[in-house]
Design a protein around this ligand. Structure first.
Ligand SMILES: NC(=O)c1ccc[n+]([C@@H]2O[C@H](COP(=O)([O-])OP(=O)(O)OC[C@H]3O[C@@H](n4cnc5c(N)ncnc54)[C@H](OP(=O)(O)O)[C@@H]3O)[C@@H](O)[C@H]2O)c1
Length: 326
């Protein structure tokens, strides 16, 4: 294996810029190509980030020898087809969240990665943040007692626009898949991935969930709640509640610190990430690829599939079906 994993970017949109910048901070990685459906957009992005290869189609990059791995940064419904395109071309894949739009698709691409013996992981960068990993360790240490509940809130206001990725039904717009997925991952980090019961309520308008709240009950009785929205301003925050105290993680989407509250006293734990927060997941992907692993132990596909199953269950309850699923 080469010294550096050579990454190609699939879709030079908004988040792709962050990935391109983060790779510059990862010693064992470099971005060697970008692909777009437009030659001009690929060239513009390549020039901006000093990337040597600009491809005018995704297929061209899949067939090239310029990359070992790709980062898929297209809107959600295109994660599956582009993952399959690159996996079949024997490129390792780090795919933006949500891994797909439903569990069936996630299972299909997992099978495709297996068949082609290449690496596949959802880019769930928040699971790799040092502050989140440390909060999990503190929760598991028993310092706040037995875990009885978790709450995760990720809401923001964005002006409704039928053409925006956040609101367009044909792009699987809405809060659940865009930010609810982070809340469910926060809950899963502390309570695992097998809720016995799920109850959901949502404000669905024009084929997208503007606001979705979910309650989840786990074996042993622990209860989690999540709040996801694209039409309301709220602080992004996570809580883990135990029998002896609780953990508060302000801005768990990019956390650099958290607070442990026991006996009416608050202890601050400062665990910043290096760079801009994407580096840890890129390092994990590179390390797995270098070591011939096809999945990450920290964020295996089984984890992504279970979260997709939870989101499928929520969507069934709130009767949200995307037009391309009918
Ligand atoms: N990890 C995070 O913090 C984070 C933050 C934001 C978004 N995301 C995820 O990243 C993904 C992309 O989000 P974004 O906000 O970067 O989106 P965006 O700005 O709209 O960019 C998406 C890119 O996908 C490409 N694309 C390929 N096929 C497309 C199609 N049929 N329709 C529209 N675009 C298509 C487009 O590139 P060309 O047209 O040039 O080919 C476009 O530049 C989403 O799945 C989102 O959930 C993650």
């Amino acid at each position: 294996m080469k010294d550096k994993i050579r990454w190609g970017i699939v879709g030079p949109g908004s988040i792709a810029n962050r990935f391109a910048n983060a790779v510059k901070n990862v010693a064992g990685a470099e971005v060697t190509a970008v692909a777009s459906r437009s030659a001009d957009r690929a060239r513009e992005f390549a020039d901006k980030h000093n990337i040597p290869n600009a491809f005018a189609s995704y297929e061209e990059m899949a067939n090239s020898t310029a990359v070992d791995a790709v980062y898929i940064a297209t809107p959600h419904p295109f994660h599956k087809p582009y993952a399959e395109l690159f996996l079949k071309a024997k490129k390792h894949v780090l795919c933006e969240k949500p891994i797909c739009v439903n569990a069936k698709e996630a299972i299909d691409i997992t099978e495709c990665a297996k068949q082609n013996n290449v690496f596949l992981m959802e880019a769930m960068w928040t699971r790799f943040l040092p502050a989140i990993e440390e909060a999990v360790r503190v929760a598991q240490s028993g310092e706040i007692g037995e875990i009885r509940g978790v709450r995760a809130e990720f809401c923001f206001y964005s002006s409704p626009s039928p053409t925006s990725r956040l609101y367009a039904p044909e792009l699987a717009g809405g809060a659940l898949l865009d930010v609810g997925v982070y809340c469910l991952n926060f809950v899963a980090a502390f309570l695992g991935n097998d809720p016995e019961e799920i109850r959901s309520i949502a404000n669905v308008q024009n084929g997208a969930d503007y606001q979705t709240d979910v309650l989840l009950k786990y074996q042993g009785g622990a209860i989690a709640s999540i709040s996801a929205a694209v039409n309301v301003s709220k602080p992004v925050v996570g809580y883990v509640y135990g029998t002896k105290g609780y953990i508060r993680v302000p801005h768990f989407f990019g956390a650099t610190e958290f607070f442990v509250n026991t006996n009416n006293e608050e202890r601050r734990v400062h665990k910043p990430y290096i760079g801009d927060g994407f580096e840890e997941q890129i390092e994990e992907a590179c390390s797995c690829i270098r070591n011939g692993k096809t999945q990450s132990d920290k964020m295996p596909m089984s984890e992504s599939i279970k979260i997709m199953e939870q989101m499928d269950a929520v969507r069934k309850q709130i009767q949200l079906v995307y037009p391309f699923e009918v």
